[in-house]
Each structure stands twice: as structure tokens, then as C-alpha cells.
Design a protein around this ligand. Structure first.
Ligand code: AMP
Ligand code: MG
Length: 354
């Protein structure tokens, strides 16, 4: 039986409860905006304003909930957005829109009796200016990870992690479009036809999933496959985010039979953590430097589910360097049996490419 980490001696129990609440509320705002985009005509689909509004709105709600729920904490948040563009003259309408959306989401939720002004919204967004780093505590937020999936009506995630003295100690991934039920037919641990998964993990306490709308949490673990022939692998939906010639050559070296499962955002880390697939490969193009908010929450969900997350050289990811990860190219996540084999294949394929 699963046990809620809040009652299992979890040193980050209060932070976890606040982070889950923050992500669930932000995800509700995103869901509402995504429904609007999907219902709109083709011409207005090309307008990126709704994504921008949801991105900022999600960040405002996460900052607000964390501050409300953890009032005694000094607050540092490393997040993708800042308010510079919203302070320009032409942005008043968008700012108004964000403020209305945030306030309506708060009213519908009913947890807080408050209304934010436009200045409050700008101040909340600027809470995300922190540079992170190796000392102290820093929240790491991607308010909408996978904006391209969000626009298409596919997968995206609200991803929130907590860094403590340079290590990720907590992660929450809200995946509004990911079914709660595992897509792996051999893994029947989750049940029902519900859409919307909330993954969460704290260091040393395992990883769990529950319905985004709330349900009994279930402990999750990565698959136990040890023969790559039986493995399937995840990669980005967007071809420009990961080198497909390289990932297909890696899959071929491993003898992987199944076609790649292409999915946007850190929903891939959640799906891997509950055994929907065995391997996650991400090999960006040379000039791309990874940001911490694209991997902090997802990586702890996988490691606490018994998996491993490494760079292409086999090193752990270093989240203590600020807003970016080290320059080492490539991120691999899989279980402990497959990691040495996958790393070998990755390194061989990269060498051949050079
Ligand atoms: P995914 O859906 O897994 O490909 O990840 C989405 C994230 O990829 C976004 O949040 C971006 O931060 C990041 N991204 C944007 N451009 C690139 C790129 N050229 N290469 C790799 N990742 C990118
Ligand atoms: Mg992202």
C-alpha cells in the first residue's frame, strides 16, 4: 500500500504540500487557457498571446501559493519568466488579461479570499528572478514546460522543484493531459480513465502519482526491464529539440525494437518513472544549453522511482550552477540495469557522429 509522504517522516513535508497545491492550481489555469486555444479558429491559433498569458499566470499562482503556504521561509525562485516585457507600454492589455485570469482561478478554487492588482502580478512574476546556485534553498519553476505541446493540445507540464544546498530535494510535475492510468499494459498499478497526473517526489521518500484533481497517491517505480530489446524509449516530440539521427542510431545499437514514443515536456520523466517506457533520450543540438527548470522536477521523480538520470558522459546532472546546467550535451534517464548499456551506446554513437 502506498503511504502519503506527509505522514512518513518526510523532512520536506510542508514544502511538498505547498508545492503540490501550487502546481495543481497553476495547472487549472493552464487547462482553461488550453481549452480556449483549442476552441479558437485557425487564425487566432497562430496568436501566441494565450500561451504568454498562461505562462505568466501559472508563474504568478505558483509564487503566490508558495508564499501563502510557507510564510516563514525566505523565498527564492528561479523561473523562466520575468516582468520586463509586461512593464512595456503596449503590454497593458495582456497584463490586465493575466490579472483577471489569475483572480478568477483563485476565486474558483476558493482557498484564498484575495484579489491581486496588476502591480501584485508584476511583483509575483519578478519573484522568479533568482539565480539559484549552490547554497541555500531555491524553488525552480517551469510554469509551462512544453509550450509547443500546449498550443497543439498535446502534453505539457507545470514543473516545480526545490534545490537545497545545490541538490534537488523535491519535485512536483503537473501533467494535465497525461492519463492517470499507465500506458504500459503490463503495469496495472494505476486505474481509471482519468486524465491528468500529478507526480511528486522528495529525497529519500520515493515517488508517487495521484490524479491532478486529487486522489489517493500511489507509489511508482521505473520498469525492471534489463534487456534493451524489450525496451521502448521516449524523446521530444519537437524534432529540433533532440537529434533524431543520433537517438535512432543509439536505439539500433541497443537492439531496441519499438518505435520511439515522442512526447512534449517533462511528462516524459513522469511516464518513465511509472514504467510506461524504459529509456529517455535527449541529445540537443550543439549550441543549446539546458536550463535547470527543464529537468529539476522530472529528474527527482525518476531517481526516487528507482531510476537514474545522467548526462552523456555518465555524470549526475549538476543543478547548483545557476540557471543553466553544465554544458555537457545529452541527458539520459533509465533504470539501473539499462544505464550502463545505454551510456555505452550513446558514447559510441556520439563518437561516430564526430
Ligand atoms: P521537450 O518537450 O522535452 O523537447 O522540452 C521542452 C523544452 O525544451 C522547452 O521548455 C524548452 O526550454 C526546451 N527547448 C527549447 N528549444 C530547444 C532546443 N533547440 N533544443 C532543446 N531543447 C529546447
Ligand atoms: Mg521548459
Amino acid at each position: 500500500m502506498s503511504q502519503a509522504p506527509e505522514v512518513a517522516g518526510n523532512p520536506y513535508a510542508a514544502e511538498l504540500a505547498a508545492a503540490k497545491k501550487a502546481v495543481a492550481l497553476a495547472a487549472r489555469l493552464c487547462q482553461r487557457v488550453q481549452r480556449g486555444i483549442l476552441q479558437s479558429d485557425i487564425q487566432s491559433k497562430a496568436d501566441r498571446t494565450p500561451v504568454t498569458v498562461a505562462d505568466y499566470g501559472s508563474q504568478v499562482l505558483v509564487c503566490l501559493v508558495l508564499k501563502k503556504e510557507l510564510p516563514a521561509h525566505s523565498f527564492s525562485i528561479v523561473a523562466e519568466e520575468d516582468s520586463k516585457d509586461l512593464r512595456e507600454d503596449g503590454a497593458q492589455e495582456i497584463l490586465e488579461h493575466i490579472t483577471t485570469l489569475v483572480n478568477e482561478t483563485i476565486v474558483n478554487d476558493g482557498s484564498y479570499n484575495m484579489s491581486l492588482s496588476k502591480e501584485d502580478v508584476l511583483a509575483a512574476i519578478d519573484g522568479g528572478k533568482s539565480e539559484g546556485g549552490p547554497s541555500g534553498r531555491h524553488w525552480i519553476l517551469d510554469p509551462i514546460d512544453g509550450t509547443k505541446g500546449f498550443i497543439r493540445g498535446d502534453q505539457y507540464a507545470v514543473a516545480l522543484g526545490l534545490l537545497d544546498e545545490g541538490k534537488v530535494v523535491l519535485g512536483v510535475l503537473g501533467c494535465p493531459n497525461l492519463p492517470l492510468k499507465s500506458t504500459n499494459k503490463n503495469n496495472c498499478s494505476s486505474s481509471g480513465d482519468q486524465i491528468g497526473s500529478l507526480f511528486f517526489a522528495t529525497i529519500g521518500c520515493g515517488a508517487q502519482v495521484e490524479a491532478l484533481e486529487g486522489s489517493e497517491p500511489e507509489k511508482i517505480s521505473v520498469c525492471s526491464i534489463d534487456n534493451p530489446v524489450d525496451a521502448s524509449f521516449f524523446e521530444s516530440f519537437e524534432a529540433s529539440h533532440s537529434k533524431r539521427d543520433l537517438t535512432s542510431s543509439i536505439a539500433e545499437k541497443l537492439g531496441v525494437q519499438a518505435p520511439p514514443v515522442r512526447m512534449d515536456s517533462q511528462a516524459k520523466y513522469g511516464a518513465l518513472a511509472r514504467g510506461d517506457g524504459a529509456i529517455f533520450l535527449r541529445i540537443p543540438h550543439k549550441s543549446y544549453i539546458e536550463t535547470v527548470w527543464d529537468h529539476a522536477a522530472g529528474s527527482i521523480v525518476v531517481t526516487e522511482a528507482g531510476g537514474m538520470v545522467k548526462d552523456a558522459s555518465g555524470n549526475d546532472l549538476d543543478f547548483s550552477k545557476g540557471r543553466h546546467l553544465d554544458r555537457e550535451r545529452g541527458i539520459i534517464a533509465t533504470n539501473k540495469h539499462l544505464m550502463p548499456l545505454v551510456l555505452k551506446a550513446v558514447q559510441e554513437a556520439m563518437k561516430e557522429e564526430q
